[in-house]
Design a binder for this molecule. Structure first.
Ligand code: HEC
Length: 227
C-alpha cells in the first residue's frame, strides 16, 4: 500500500478530529437498530421499561440486552463511552436508576436529546430509532456490571476460562458455577441481574455445550475488561 505523506496526515487529522466534531455539533447519523425479534409495545411512549425480565420473561430480556448492546455501541458509545463506561464527555448512564423514575428521564433524553444555547449536545433519537430500540438500549445500559463487580470472582473465572480453552471443562459444573457467579454480580443501576461475561458464557454453553472455546473467549474479554 502506498500513502502520500500529505494524504496520511490528512487522514490522521480527520480521525483525531472526528469525535470532537460529532460531539460539539451532535451531527451524527443514527444507525438503524433491528428490533424485529422483540415484542411490540404500541405507538404511545411508555414510562417504564417493558423488557425487564420481571415483566417480559428471561428470553425477551436476553434478546433486548443483545439488541441494545449493538444499538448502544453504534449510536451512543461515541459520547457515553464503550460499554456505557463514560470517558467523561457525557454522563455515565450505568447509574440511572432501573425503575420508573430513571426510565422517564431516559426516555425524555432519548426522544428529545438536549440542546443548550442553540448547540445540540445530544441529538434526538426518538423519531428515528423508535420506542422498541429505546427500551432495548435501556435494558442493555441498566444491566451493565458495576465497576469492579467481577473482581471478587477473577481467580475462579480465570480457572474456568483455562479449562474451557483447553477443552477439558466439565460443562454442566461450569454452567452451574458461572450461573452462581453471574447471580452475584452487581449493577450500578440497581437492576437485579447483570449481563456479565459470566452470564454470557453460561448462556453460550447452555445453547451448545461444545462451544467451550467460544465461552473461553467471552470470559477472557470480561476478565480483561474488569482488570
Ligand atoms: C453527541 C454526543 C451524544 C450522543 C451521540 C448521545 N448522547 Fe446522551 N447525552 C449527551 C450529553 C452531553 C448529555 C448531558 C446533557 C445534559 O447536560 O443534561 C447526555 C445525556 C443523556 C442522558 C441523561 C443522563 C443523565 O444522567 O442526566 C441519557 C439517558 C442519554 N444521554 C442517553 C443517550 C442514549 C441512549 C444515546 C444513544 C441512543 C445517547 N444518549 C447518545 C451526549 C450524547
Amino acid at each position: 500500500m502506498l500513502y502520500t505523506r500529505k494524504g496520511l496526515m490528512a487522514a490522521l487529522l480527520a480521525l483525531a478530529l472526528a469525535p470532537v466534531t460529532a460531539f460539539s455539533h451532535g451531527d451524527v447519523t443514527p444507525q438503524p437498530v433491528n428490533t424485529d425479534a422483540l415484542p411490540d409495545v404500541g405507538e404511545e411512549w411508555l414510562s417504564e421499561n417493558p423488557y425487564r425480565a420481571a415483566a417480559a420473561g428471561d428470553e425477551v430480556w436476553a434478546k433486548a440486552v443483545q439488541i441494545g448492546d449493538s444499538g448502544f455501541n453504534q449510536n451512543c458509545a461515541r459520547c457515553h463511552g464503550l460499554g456505557a463506561v463514560s470517558g467523561g464527555l457525557a454522563p455515565d448512564l450505568r447509574y440511572l436508576e432501573a425503575e420508573e423514575y430513571g426510565d422517564e428521564w431516559f426516555v425524555e433524553r432519548f426522544r428529545h436529546g438536549m440542546t443548550q444555547n442553540g448547540t445540540t449536545k445530544m441529538p434526538a433519537f426518538g423519531e428515528i430509532l423508535g420506542q422498541k430500540a429505546a427500551w432495548a438500549i435501556r435494558t442493555y445500559i441498566e444491566t451493565r456490571p458495576d465497576d469492579g463487580a467481577l473482581e471478587p470472582y477473577s481467580d475462579e473465572l480465570h480457572k474456568i476460562r483455562d479449562q474451557l480453552a483447553a477443552g477439558e471443562a466439565d460443562v454442566p459444573t461450569v454452567i452451574a458455577t458461572l450461573e452462581d457467579i453471574s447471580g452475584k454480580v452487581d449493577t450500578a443501576s440497581g437492576a437485579p441481574v447483570a449481563d456479565s461475561a459470566a452470564s454470557r458464557a453460561a448462556h453460550e454453553l447452555e445453547k451448545d455445550p461444545s462451544k467451550q472455546k467460544e465461552a473461553a473467549d467471552m470470559l477472557s474479554i470480561g476478565i480483561s475488561a474488569a482488570e
